[in-house]
Design a protein around this ligand. Structure first.
Ligand code: IPM
Ligand code: MG
Length: 359
């Protein structure tokens, strides 16, 4: 049976990197793609970044593949105006996708493309597990002429479930990142993570780091980390920082999973549980819509390809197809493929050809 995938190309370079990704997927299996407007494109059509219809269609899909949203056209500080990013937050929360996985694995072929020295990043292989539907991004907001506020809130249940995702994904070690010396939510975070660890995952090593120190350690000794477990905003910031270990944010994919999708994942890792069928996962590159290069044909499609690989693995339980995409990307880079963000001249079409040739 064909896998039903909703595709949301979004804005900027989004459509340009989505198109070759569908071509790539078409080589690997039978998919039914349904493309829908999202982000700025949806604001232009419907006045809102995510319509109820699109959310409903996503709910019924097997997986959702998203490219990128946003652009200067919709950039505003007017609190009343719709923003493309609101669509992203509404989609994540509407699908219950609380677990955001951002693997960071610099390739040997790209060690010299990183602003960090080779000996610093060599052997880095880490996973950022970011809580995605709570915290300050989702707390109550207020604004008057004289003041503004964003509330940061976490419940025990929210921290427990993301902690389980992180410990479940770890082989040996979890670094939990918070700001427990200042923030009450971080003190709750630390207590709950400690408890989940002691009760359910005592065989995994757990350390707690303050976020400012973690930001420093991430560039000073990235090999120190295996799984970084953190809340929504810290994870947003640390994952962009971690991206530079790979040389470019144009290489970083992400998977956002809810309950049944994470069950499918633990099943595929041989940890019991039947694969769930509801709550499709959402798969998207970590980078944005890069409006400055949109339409010029130079966008790097690799993070989008690697996001499709995460969809194959975590969303559709197609592990060997996922591995095929990842190794095709690795081999294309090893053979010298370099897009402009990696200091080369290959455009989107050339990068696509190089990956397809290695598939
Ligand atoms: C990301 C992005 C989004 C986020 C923005 C576009 C809302 O930066 O996925 O990291 O902050 O989550
Ligand atoms: Mg971000």
């Amino acid at each position: 049976m064909a896998h039903r995938v909703v595709t949301l190309p979004g804005d900027g370079i989004g459509p340009e990197i989505m198109m070759p990704t569908l071509e790539l997927l078409g080589r690997l299996g039978s998919f039914e793609f349904e493309e829908l407007p999202f982000g700025g494109a949806s604001i232009d059509l419907h006045g809102t970044a995510l319509t109820e219809e699109v959310l409903d269609t996503c709910r019924r899909a097997d997986a959702v593949l998203l490219a990128a949203v946003g652009g200067p056209k919709w950039d505003t500080t007017d609190p009343g105006a719709p923003r493309p990013e609101q669509g992203l937050l509404a989609l994540r929360s509407g699908l219950g996708l609380y677990a955001n996985l951002r693997p960071v694995r610099p390739l040997p072929a790209l060690y010299d493309a990183s602003p960090l020295r080779r000996e610093r990043i060599e052997g880095t292989d880490l996973l950022v597990v970011r809580e995605l539907t709570g915290g300050i991004y989702f707390g109550e907001k207020s604004r008057t002429d004289e003041r503004a506020s964003d509330v940061c809130e976490y419940t025990v249940a929210e921290v427990e479930r993301i902690a389980r995702t992180a410990f479940g994904a770890a082989r040996a070690k979890v670094s939990s990142v918070d700001k427990a010396n200042v923030l009450e939510t971080s003190r709750l975070w630390r207590e709950v993570v400690t408890r989940v660890h002691a009760r359910e995952f005592p065989h995994i090593q757990l350390e707690h780091l303050l976020v400012d120190n973690a930001a420093m350690q991430l560039v000073a000794s990235p090999r120190h980390f295996e799984v970084i477990l953190t809340e929504n905003m810290f994870g947003d910031i640390l994952s962009d920082e971690a991206a530079m270990l790979t040389g470019s944010i144009g290489l970083l994919p992400s998977a956002s999973l809810g309950d049944s999708a994470s069950r499918a994942e633990s099943a595929s890792r041989g940890r019991g549980h039947a694969p769930g069928t509801r709550t499709p996962g959402l798969f998207e590159p970590v980078h944005g819509s890069a409006p400055d290069i949109a339409g010029t044909g130079v966008a790097n499609p690799l993070a989008m390809f690697l996001s499709a690989a995460l969809m194959l693995r975590h969303g559709l339980a197609l592990e060997s197809e996922a591995a095929a995409v990842e190794s095709a990307v690795d081999r294309a880079l090893a053979a010298g493929l370099r897009t402009p963000d990696l200091g080369g001249a290959a455009g989107t079409a050339e990068a696509t050809r190089a990956v397809l040739e290695n598939l």
